[in-house]
Ligand binder design. Structure first.
Ligand code: UDP
Ligand code: MN
Length: 359
């Protein structure tokens, strides 16, 4: 009797210990898989099927005398004295060919507004000397239509085809522009670019020309305000005595670096110190995790734009709408005798509309 009861107690203890051990193992396994700091393991720079597709490239600068050297540096502050009393000052630094190159990375994707966005942005960048424009298109194949528009600006450029992996595209909150920026990071690494400055400039943002002379001599990481962000209408570092002390952003979301993609620039010397730096496919946390992956420290940040009192970049967004199908009952030959044949074909090639004879 006594021995059998002792046996049951022992067995219960054994089961209890086994259960506890099992729970520990479970906690350990889940803990190690969901460590939020482990972004390098979770978001490797190179995905298995991620390859670098270079569509077109040009290293020649065809923009002759476009560089502005004598535009006045006028702020938008209300003048307390007379108007037009500003001393003209060089807006862009004079060019002698030794200035650090700005690698301006633009994610873009095919939609009906794409070409219009690229024209507007390209015409801004035409004014910026010593700039290499990396246009990374969210497509599997190289877009010739896009290329024809990029190359006409005469800016040294690289056009990449960098599609978002299908598994992310299916998500409600897809990480937009990440595959593109990762491809650009790969291009920078593969081409051993270790001097100059990296800047992520989306195709729909608005850039003040002064931004470029501000970021060109970035030592490690420079930061500045971005207008039209979130509920406050601005995202900006908080600066005291010329040092960044914190951030003003309406969506902190437990981010260590609550900044917008357009609100910082990184020197390539500094980037090269983190060969595994990457951007995660994690909507909302791209900037934060990228800046963590380069090991950023608060004291590494240089505030720009007059100690973050000026807005030199705006998070403008273009209203997008579906591409319409236009029924034209005239046959193609007749249409080609008018301007309409060529005009409609051009619009169709840009994805602005579709022409149908029956629909
Ligand atoms: N983008 C992309 N693929 C997409 C959606 C967006 O490559 O499916 C690009 C887009 O061209 C832009 C950047 O990613 O340069 C950010 O996207 P968007 O402007 O739509 O985002 P928001 O600025 O509204 O956060
Ligand atoms: Mn945008």
């Amino acid at each position: 009797m006594f021995t059998s009861r002792a046996c049951i107690v022992l067995r219960q203890r054994k089961v209890f210990f086994l259960l506890v051990a099992f729970i520990f193992v479970l906690l350990f396994v889940f803990g190690s898989f969901s460590n939020p700091e482990d972004y390098e393991k979770e978001y490797p720079l190179q995905l298995e099927n991620e390859q670098l597709v270079i569509c077109y490239e040009s290293n020649t600068d065809y923009r002759k005398s476009l560089y502005a050297t004598n535009l006045p540096d006028i702020t938008d502050e209300p003048s307390t004295t007379q108007r037009n009393n500003h001393q003209p000052q060089a807006l862009q630094q004079p060019v002698n060919g030794t200035e650090p190159v700005i690698y301006f990375v633009t994610p873009t994707y095919p939609r009906r507004e794409q070409i219009a966005e690229i024209i507007r942005l390209g015409q801004t960048l035409m004014h910026v000397p010593r700039l290499h424009w990396i246009v990374a298109d969210d497509t599997t194949s190289c877009s010739d239509v896009l290329n024809r528009h990029i190359r006409k600006f005469g800016i040294p450029y690289t056009q990449l085809a960098s599609p978002m992996p299908e598994m992310y595209r299916a998500r409600k909150n897809a990480p937009r522009g990440v595959a593109n920026r990762r491809a650009a990071l790969n291009w920078i690494r593969r081409n051993q670019k270790k001097t100059g400055v990296l800047y992520f400039g989306d195709d729909d943002n608005t850039f003040d020309l002064k931004l470029f002379s501000e970021i060109r001599y970035t030592k490690k990481v420079s930061m500045f305000p971005v207008g039209l962000i979130g509920d406050y209408g601005i995202s900006s570092p908080i600066v005291r005595n010329g040092r960044v002390e914190g951030f003003f952003d309406s969506w902190p979301a437990k981010r260590k670096w609550p900044v917008d993609m357009a609100g910082f620039a990184v020197s390539l010397e500094y980037l090269a110190l983190s060969p595994n730096a990457t951007m995660p496919f994690k909507a909302g946390y791209e900037e934060d995790e990228f800046l963590k992956s380069i090991g950023l420290k608060l004291e590494d940040i240089e505030p720009k734009a007059r100690n973050c009192t000026e807005i030199l970049v705006w998070h403008t967004q273009t209203k997008s709408s579906k591409s319409p199908t236009v029924r034209i009952s005239m046959d193609r030959q007749k249409l080609d005798k008018l301007n309409l044949g060529a005009l409609l074909r051009r619009l169709e090639s840009m994805g602005v509309n579709h022409i149908s004879e029956s629909e």
